[in-house]
Every structure is written in structure tokens, then in C-alpha cells.
Design a protein around this ligand. Structure first.
Ligand code: Q0Z
Length: 358
């Protein structure tokens, strides 16, 4: 016979461990594993196991859309986060899911409301910029979508947009007001970025004397590859290149100035343009945390890498569990998911002054 007091003590200890495992799988597993280097697969397995337990225990798991499912629509393109479908001959349906990528992989967990934030933020900027540049948006009101889409209203509301199908220009138009990421790497090696000579002595994340235009192309690897302005002229022609460069810088300046007044630094951002009946239009998503580097202005500290407005909890968690950055990407504990979701919703609120429509 077990002594009842020690049995109850054992249960108390077990409950405490389980509670820690559920709240923070990474910290729980770290109790058993503190060898330096990358996690072995059984450790990753344990972390995933407790992440699963915590998602079962978590009382308020919100739903996420990870996959779109429109059986009779033709897929036009699909990315890590968004799926694009053909609607008739000259329209596309853009749907932003709640998928999130980090270190180049889509993670197993979705982020509630992320797709809605991306869509509604793009719409906000399209409207904000409409006197500078035409855009591809037709409508985001599901009631105005073609009849064939109505039965998917619940999947589409708040996270989708009907757009004009355009002839896309095969260059990514990047504007940078601060030196970070690939530009910082290039600058450290050559003191130039995309053929633009910069002043010496810049530190990582420093503000540039003026914003620069650094075009890129999708390389075969799927990664963007910086190109010089001359290379861009060879690809799309001298006339279009000058127009895209001027538009890109004008849009960036207007948006970055607005965002700065709302507590967010837009360090850099990527635009894609398309050719339509109306001429060159701003297409794809614009000025979202997925297409830009957003930094909280009150935490800006040049001389080092900045923490990300939206993905910092995710990156910190993935470093904490020492994921080897090979697929499959791990799931996230519910605390990381809900804190990250709050970051996206907060960025939307800060920028637009409005509440997200959920
Ligand atoms: C944009 C992309 C995404 C994967 C195609 N207005 C347009 N007309 C024709 N094509 C496009 C657009 Cl925006 C178009 N992409 C980039 C977006 C997923 C790839 F959501 N691809």
C-alpha cells in the first residue's frame, strides 16, 4: 500500500511538470537537455508532443485558416502564405491564409487573424496611396464577388480581395530607408548596395541619408537576388525602369513618413507592379509585415539587428528549441501563437487607427 500523503505529493509534482510542459514545451524539454548545438530529433519530437498537449489543454484556441479549398477554381499561384485563384479571364482572387513562415519554412501552426491583417493592411495602403499610384484591387466585399464565390463567403470574408489580372513586371521593386538584411551584408562586403555607393561608417540598421531603390529578381532557388539598375533596364527596359524606380521611392517615402508618425519604422519594403489597361499598377500585397521590415520605433537601436515587430516571439521560440531549420518545421506553443497574433492585430491598429474586422 502506498502512503496517501506521498501519493498526493507525487501527483502534485507531476501536475507541476505537466503544467510547465503545457505552458512552455521548450523550457520543459530543456530540463532534460542542455547539450550545446542543435536539438536531436527525439528532443524535437518531445517538444512537438508537449506542444500538442498544450494545444489540447489551452482553453481558448482560436481558429485559423491554413489551407484554402475551392475545388472548382483554378489555382493561379500559391506562396508560403497566400493562394491566388483565377476568376474568369481577367480577375484573380487573392486569399491570405493564417500560415506563417520563419527561417524560410512554413510552420505547422497558424496565427489567428494574420491573413485578415495582411489583407486589410494592403487595402488600407491601396487607399492611402491612390493619389500616387493606381492599384490592382477591385473589391474586398464578398457581396460584390461573382456568384460562383458566394458559397465560400465564410472562408473569404476579411482575408480576400478580387483583383485585376495584370501582366506582371518580372522585377521586385525594393525601397530601403535603413540598412538591414541582404543590403547590410552587401554593404559590409563592398560599401555599395545594388551598385549604389553608400557613405562609409554605416552601422547595421542605420537610417540611410535618403531612401534607395534596390531591385531584385526571383532566382531559380526561389530566393530574391539583388540586381543593379542597369540589369533591371535590360530586363524591363529603360522607360519602365525609371517609372518603377520613381514610383517605388515616392510610395515608400509617403508610407514611411505616415508609419513613423504612428510608431512604426518601415525599414524596407518590396513592391510588385503589373501592366493593365490603366497602365502600370501597384499589385500584390503592399506594405505588410510579410513584404516589409516593420520595427517598433520606440525600441529602435542602430548598431545591431532590430527585433521584428511581428515574428520575434516565433524566432525566439525556434532558437530556444534549437530547431535544425530543416523540414518539418515545428508547431508553436499556444502562448507564442497568441502573442504573435496580438502583434499583427496591434500593428494593424497602430497603423490604421482602426480595429481589425474579424
Ligand atoms: C502576383 C504571388 C501570391 C504567389 C501572380 N494582379 C496580378 N495579376 C497577375 N498575376 C499576379 C497579380 Cl498580383 C501575381 N503573384 C505573386 C502572389 C502567391 C505568388 F499571393 N503571382
Amino acid at each position: 500500500m502506498q502512503d496517501p500523503e506521498s501519493t498526493s505529493f507525487a501527483w502534485t509534482i507531476a501536475a507541476a511538470w505537466l503544467s510547465l510542459a503545457a505552458r512552455s514545451p521548450a523550457r520543459f524539454v530543456a530540463q532534460f537537455h542542455d547539450a550545446p548545438g542543435e536539438s536531436s530529433s527525439h528532443v524535437v519530437c518531445m517538444v512537438d508532443f508537449f506542444t500538442m498537449i498544450s494545444s489540447v489543454i489551452a482553453p481558448t484556441a482560436q481558429d485559423t485558416l491554413l489551407k484554402t479549398d475551392f475545388p472548382e477554381l483554378e489555382l493561379h499561384a500559391s506562396g508560403k502564405v497566400r493562394d491566388v485563384y483565377r476568376v474568369g479571364q481577367d480577375r484573380l482572387l487573392f486569399v491570405a491564409t493564417d500560415r506563417i513562415s520563419a527561417f524560410d519554412y512554413v510552420l505547422a501552426s497558424g496565427i489567428p487573424n494574420k491573413g485578415k491583417v495582411l489583407t486589410q493592411m494592403s487595402l488600407f495602403w491601396f487607399n492611402f496611396l491612390k493619389n500616387i499610384v493606381e492599384n490592382h484591387a477591385v473589391t474586398a466585399r464578398v457581396e460584390e464577388y461573382p456568384g460562383e464565390l458566394r458559397k465560400y463567403a465564410d472562408q473569404l470574408r476579411g482575408r480576400s480581395m478580387l483583383v485585376v489580372r495584370a501582366e506582371m513586371l518580372p522585377v521586385e521593386c525594393v525601397a530601403r530607408g535603413y540598412i538591414s538584411g541582404s543590403a547590410w551584408k552587401e554593404y559590409r562586403a563592398t560599401e555599395a548596395v545594388c551598385g549604389i555607393k553608400l557613405p562609409s561608417g554605416l552601422r547595421e540598421s542605420d537610417k540611410l541619408p535618403e531612401p534607395i531603390f534596390t531591385p531584385s529578381t526571383k532566382a531559380v532557388t526561389g530566393h530574391d537576388e539583388n540586381i543593379s539598375y542597369q540589369e533591371m533596364e535590360r530586363i524591363v527596359g529603360a522607360g519602365p525602369s525609371a517609372k518603377l524606380r520613381d514610383l517605388t521611392l515616392k510610395i515608400y517615402l509617403a508610407a514611411a513618413e505616415y508609419a513613423a508618425r504612428h510608431g512604426i519604422i518601415i525599414a524596407d519594403t518590396k513592391f510588385e507592379f503589373g501592366q493593365t489597361d490603366k497602365g502600370i499598377v501597384l499589385a500584390d500585397e503592399v506594405l505588410t509585415p510579410d513584404s516589409s521590415r516593420f520595427w517598433p520605433a520606440d525600441q529602435y537601436q542602430p548598431g545591431q539587428a532590430q527585433s521584428s515587430f511581428d515574428k520575434q516571439y516565433v524566432r525566439d521560440y525556434l532558437e530556444e528549441v534549437r530547431w535544425n531549420k530543416l523540414p518539418p518545421a515545428p508547431a508553436l506553443p499556444s502562448e507564442v501563437v497568441s502573442k504573435t497574433s496580438a502583434k499583427y492585430v496591434d500593428a494593424y491598429r497602430k497603423l490604421t487607427g482602426r480595429e481589425l474586422e474579424v
